[in-house]
Design a protein around this ligand. Structure first.
Ligand code: NAG
Ligand code: NAG
Ligand code: NAG
Ligand code: NAG
Ligand code: NAG
Length: 468
């Protein structure tokens, strides 16, 4: 009797003095998924273009982010086969616009990562050949070196933006959650990477071919859009490009055969939907691509114009009645040929398909979609994520520690909206359901700083080339 009332008293005292416990969740667990479902009703994805983590977030000094300012400088030889030509190292950048778009084809990524256009696939798969990330400068010089200053070319691919140069991103990094190990799913160009984000595979496509065109809508695999519609969930694809060239829902055949092509609408609608509280379950936003005057950050587009788009989307969500139940994911499609020092890991093949292209040296290279591309900046932005946190690697559902990738998005949305992974790539990826907290923050900034257009705009060195 005495003992039990003392225990009760002790328990009461402990409860009264304790701060409300902060739950921490384990990825893929039922309590984590339940927490995610309870708090997140609207998911908004803004997918920008062609920037690596070391390039765009390379100057962020936040602890835990591995980048040139925290861990560098990182150096590349000017010439992979002629060491006497010297090396060049990363430093802060003063270019708002990169005028010589770096090579980011499959074989371009090969030489940038492995130092050869045609690395031995068996050696890569067995772990005998690992990427050294030393060929970025070489490939930029090979591509543009005939009539351009090689110091400038090296800076284009190797340098990084300082915190002051990207104030919008800096504020987001300091207020929300940034992934240190988020890779694109495919070491190649835009359209296949965008297909990976939305369907867990590029269905064997390795370049921006005509199947991705809106009038062809040649991709027949299941997309997130089809999945949501068939389970009575709602979505819109907001696009910015007036020429309607970048509308990812229109890649997919189902979008047209089901008569849902009208769910892709101009970006203005996003701002009115956010203000009115009429955002649907899933909003997928595309910037305009890819030159001066566009918002994607794709060369030659200005970094500052991309920051303006991010700032506007954030402000609309922050002021929206939906803010208290929104998860905003800011990500990039691929690295665009910009240097990143972290070697891309191997990953499960999404399907049995392969892609072959002719390398600049005339040899054929066949890719079997068994490894990721470079790291891209990705942030979770929501009143439900921790402030100023850098997330390291994640875990897949087999309990293995793996890097995050674009497929982590579909893995996590599958938990939120009850669908199975579309492909083994998605099934094997790390989910991020556990990064949603059990309590809502009240300290999220109402607006972000103004972007900074840089003073110096470099002269075009060579007309932009059509890069895979
Ligand atoms: C967000 O706020 C609205 C209105 O106050 C409320 O109806 C809704 O349940 C809230 N959502 C969450 C997930 O808290
Ligand atoms: C690199 O050096 C080799 C050997 O000297 C030379 O043949 C080649 O043209 C150089 N490549 C570039 C891009 O400068
Ligand atoms: C190349 O550009 C750098 C940096 O702008 C400059 O210092 C250097 O003089 C230029 N070199 C040549 C050969 O023009
Ligand atoms: C896709 O859908 C259209 C109808 O809009 C159809 O005519 C076409 O054959 C389909 N294409 C593929 C590749 O399945
Ligand atoms: C979706 O809604 C329709 C019409 O209300 C219903 O017949 C169907 O069973 C629902 N499907 C799912 C997967 O909930």
């Amino acid at each position: 009797m005495y003992a039990s009332s003392l225990l009760r008293l002790l328990a009461f005292a402990a409860a009264a003095s304790a701060v409300p416990p902060k739950r921490s969740y384990t990825a893929h667990s039922s309590s984590s998924i339940e927490n995610l479902k309870r708090h997140i009703k609207n998911v908004v994805v803004l997918e920008m273009e062609n920037r690596s983590l070391d390039n765009l977030l390379g100057g962020q000094t936040i602890k835990g982010l591995e980048n040139p300012i925290n861990n560098g400088p990182f150096c590349n030889p000017y010439n992979l086969t002629e060491p006497s030509q010297g090396t060049v190292c990363s430093s802060a950048k003063n270019m708002d616009s990169i005028l010589d778009d770096p090579d980011h084809s499959v074989t371009g990524n090969n030489i940038e990562f492995y130092g050869t256009f045609t690395p031995n696939n068996a050696d890569i798969a067995s772990g005998k050949l690992t990427p050294a990330q030393k060929g970025f400068v070489y490939e930029q010089l090979r591509y543009y070196g005939d009539d351009a200053n090689k110091t400038v070319l090296a800076k284009q691919v190797l340098n990084y933006y300082t915190e002051e140069q990207v104030p919008v991103l800096t504020s987001l990094v300091q207020n929300y959650l940034t992934f240190n190990h988020w890779h694109s799913d495919f070491p190649g160009p835009t359209a296949p990477n965008r297909a990976f984000v939305l369907s867990g595979t590029s269905a064997g496509h390795g370049t921006n071919d005509e199947d991705f065109d809106a009038d062809k809508h040649g991709l027949t695999q299941r997309s997130i859009f089809q999945q949501l519609s068939e389970t009575n969930r709602t979505w819109k694809n907001y696009y910015t490009d007036p020429a309607e060239q970048m509308v990812d829902a229109w890649f997919f055949n189902w979008t047209f055969t089901s008569g849902n092509q009208g769910l892709a609408v101009p970006l203005d609608n996003f701002y009115t939907d956010a203000a009115a509280g009429t955002l649907l379950d899933f909003s997928f936003i595309e910037p305009s691509c890819c030159g001066l005057g566009t918002t994607s950050m794709h060369p030659t587009g200005l970094i500052s114009q991309g920051e303006t788009l991010i700032k506007n989307v954030y402000a609309a969500l922050r002021a929206s009645p939906h803010w208290n139940q929104t998860l905003f994911i800011l990500t990039f499609d691929e690295t665009g040929g910009f240097h990143d020092h972290v070697p891309p890991p191997l990953a499960p093949r999404p399907d049995e398909l392969t892609y072959t292209e002719e390398a600049p040296n005339g040899e054929d290279y066949t890719f079997s979609f068994d490894r990721l591309g470079g790291r891209v900046p990705t942030l979770l932005i929501s009143p439900w994520v921790a402030k100023g946190v850098v997330e390291q690697k994640g875990t897949n559902s087999d309990g293995e520690t793996v890097s995050y990738s674009a497929s982590s998005l579909l893995r996590t949305l599958g938990y939120l909206w009850d669908f199975e992974p579309f492909t083994p790539r998605v099934g094997g990826s790390a989910s991020f359901d556990h990064l949603i907290q059990s309590s809502k923050r009240t300290d999220t900034p109402v607006s972000l700083p103004d972007p900074k257009p840089f003073k110096q705009i470099l002269k075009v060195q060579k007309p932009q080339q059509q890069l895979g």
